[in-house]
Design a protein around this ligand. Structure first.
Ligand SMILES: Nc1ncnc2c1ncn2[C@@H]1O[C@H](COP(=O)(O)OP(=O)(O)OP(=O)(O)O)[C@@H](O)[C@H]1O
Ligand SMILES: Nc1ncnc2c1ncn2[C@@H]1O[C@H](COP(=O)(O)OP(=O)(O)OP(=O)(O)O)[C@@H](O)[C@H]1O
Ligand SMILES: [Mg+2]
Ligand SMILES: [Mg+2]
Lengths: 224, 224
């Protein structure tokens, strides 16, 4: 269960302050398949980074299961992140000195899983990239890098997956294959939150939260 | 006029070779508004990098106006690039130590234009980012970075604009504003080639080239 209450985020740049989130409150229950939409600059990634324990709110509270995340330090945040959350970054954030396969192996090695190499290859197969396992990020296309980042987020089978614009660089068919992969994981109980600007992608989700200027504009179940 | 003849591109990685383009031939006339589509990994960025004089083909010829680009060295390629082409990278490629405004000023300064700072701010206004001129790339959202990259490609008013997935991180409304900007430039004579995976974006163009596995699958005018 994700419980966000009155979360605000202010970025301070010297004498200028940017209020990216202004009092966001929402619950996400286990097993949800939810989309977050909104215009460029509206605060979607800022919200995802807070839910994903990558950043702390300026004010407000955030409970992940029963843990009060907002008050945690960096070490505690990292421990929760590694155990509970798979995060697909809008900017991929792959390590350029490692191959695709090694990038996907890393979370398995950190978490102490065995057979990391085989499991990493299997995750790459699921995103259609077994034939690019030995390529480094600079030797991959934009959409291929994005899919390596997706494979890396899925490989430890975390209970929560947060994907920030996971299909932005993918053609429709490849994007649908990724959404089918997310849907299959959700049917097995994984909680999935996806930021997207594409309505066809949001259609796969059961709930759509619209963000505008750092606040929730609407929060609806599909078909409402 | 862009004239590409039997262009192939092979990436060699040690003992493995990846044939990214296999004998591509196409002409693009001055003032065209053309989309290039195709699945992830099909060779779109590789083709754009060659047309944009950022990379050389492995074989084949490429004439840009009457210049034989395929045989040029790095210095000659850079000179043609700076004079003739505005390039929007799929990965933005902004300089992280400079503000948005400074990133957009740079091509003006290189080309010896005066009033670089005012012209840069005007270009940022055209992409809706005057209020973020002082932010560095790390202090911008994904779609905002993408728009700074677009402003930078447009600011010297080059005769040819090549945009690789310019709306991948933008919501529909912001994406339409960018396409309207491209359309206005095209009506004033700028040749525009856009890689996109979104059919709604390709709809703005008069010609759509479909790429598949490094080869042209189809090349049609809109409505054919
Ligand atoms: N430097 C490189 N070394 C080896 N292979 C490469 C290199 N760059 C690209 N490739 C491969 O060449 C193929 C074409 O890459 P390209 O970037 O042109 O694809 P694309 O059509 O732009 O894909 P996307 O839509 O995902 O951005 C890809 O399969 C990629 O793995
Ligand atoms: N480190 C930072 N310092 C200052 N301002 C920031 C910082 N990071 C983000 N911002 C600003 O906060 C606002 C929200 O950013 P955020 O990345 O959450 O937007 P977004 O909804 O994800 O946009 P996009 O769809 O373009 O990715 C933006 O206007 C951005 O300029
Ligand atoms: Mg974002
Ligand atoms: Mg590409």
């Amino acid at each position: 269960l994700i419980r966000v209450r009155e979360v605000s985020k202010v970025y301070s740049m010297g004498d200028v302050e940017v209020a990216a989130l202004k009092g966001i409150s929402l619950d996400v229950l286990n097993g949800e398949f939810t989309a977050i939409m909104g215009s460029s600059g509206s605060g979607k990634s800022t919200l995802m980074n807070i839910i994903g324990c990558l950043d702390r709110p300026t004010s407000g509270s955030y409970l992940l299961d029963d843990d009060d995340v907002a008050g945690m330090n960096e070490v505690e945040l990292a421990s929760i992140r590694n155990r509970k959350i798979g995060f697909v970054f809008q900017t991929f954030n792959l390590l350029s000195r490692y191959t695709a396969r090694e990038n996907v192996e890393l979370p398995l090695i950190y978490a102490g899983f065995r057979n990391a190499s085989e499991r990493a290859l299997k995750a790459l197969k699921e995103v259609g990239l077994a034939h690019r396992a030995t390529h480094k990020p600079t030797q991959l296309s934009g959409g291929e890098r994005q899919r390596v980042a997706i494979a890396r987020a899925l490989v430890c089978a975390p209970p929560v997956i947060l994907a920030d614009e996971p299909t932005g660089n993918l053609d429709t068919k490849t994007g649908d294959e990724i959404m089918a992969l997310f849907e299959a994981l959700n049917e097995r109980g994984t909680t999935i939150i996806i930021v997207t600007h594409e309505h066809e992608i949001a259609q796969w989700c059961r709930r759509v939260i619209q963000i505008r200027d750092g606040a929730i504009l609407s929060d609806k179940l599909k078909g409402e």
